[in-house]
Write a protein that binds this ligand. Sequence first.
Ligand SMILES: Nc1ncnc2c1ncn2[C@@H]1O[C@H](COP(=O)(O)OP(=O)(O)O)[C@@H](O)[C@H]1O
Ligand SMILES: [Mg+2]
Length: 260
Amino acid sequence: MGTTIIAISNQKGGVGKSTTAYNLGACLALKHDKKVLLVDFDPQANLSEYLKYEQDGSPTMTQLIMSLYTGNPLNAETVQKAIHHNETAGVDYIPSDINLANAETLMVTMISKEYILRKVLSEDVISGYDFVLIDCLPSLGTLLINALTAADRVLIPVQTQKFSMDGLQSLEALTQLVRVNTNPKLNLVGVLPTMVDRTKVSRTAMDTLNEKYSAMLFTTSISKSVEAAKSSENGTPLCLTGHRIGKEYDELALEVLSRC
Ligand SMILES: Nc1ncnc2c1ncn2[C@@H]1O[C@H](COP(=O)(O)OP(=O)(O)O)[C@@H](O)[C@H]1O
Ligand SMILES: [Mg+2]
């Protein structure tokens, strides 16, 4: 098996992208012995927080991009300096920081601006990993286009609430544009219902998702649970907690493995 790069994206914030990146990554690593690299590609850097990243002078994603901006070739050793390890989740990761937002502004003017992340995640850097999970930011700009250009598959978490489908169309349109222009192999791995509860709103949203995505909807859905917030605070992957939501992320990992 080669490396599968999955972009976790939805242009809405707060739908469970970072929680899914962390917990799916941890589950693949801890329960399935996969080598996992998490890539924080959101200037809000929530995933880096979940991973308890502390600035130590080594480069973040921002500096890797800036290095390409200034015309310096980016070799694998430099990228390796930005790769950290999180023991609890059993994963490697590249952190982000708030300055990634400024980097995005500069990226717009770069040559081949869609391929910058792909250059960062070169074959030399990622060949040792089974999965690379890119935690995307909630917008449809240059950073997202880079993530979709670097990825093999897209995983879309959708919060099962009112208006949850809003904006998915623009994400799909962008995915199609990327497929045509920069990355023909890009494919959906699945749509993941998140924060599912017993309310009517949630049930209605599930029905709509079923209708719209049928086979592309994961069989697994993620319940609304306070354990999610607790886990992101204390850094314990949900698959180690024995809570229902942990089992759901286990099942998601199995589905992702069978789909990739
Ligand atoms: N299944 C869930 N149930 C309840 N709260 C959740 C769930 N998943 C995530 N959260 C919480 O919702 C907030 C947003 O989640 P996050 O994964 O950061 O979303 P995104 O990355 O899409 O912005 C966080 O506070 C997180 O702890
Ligand atoms: Mg996030």
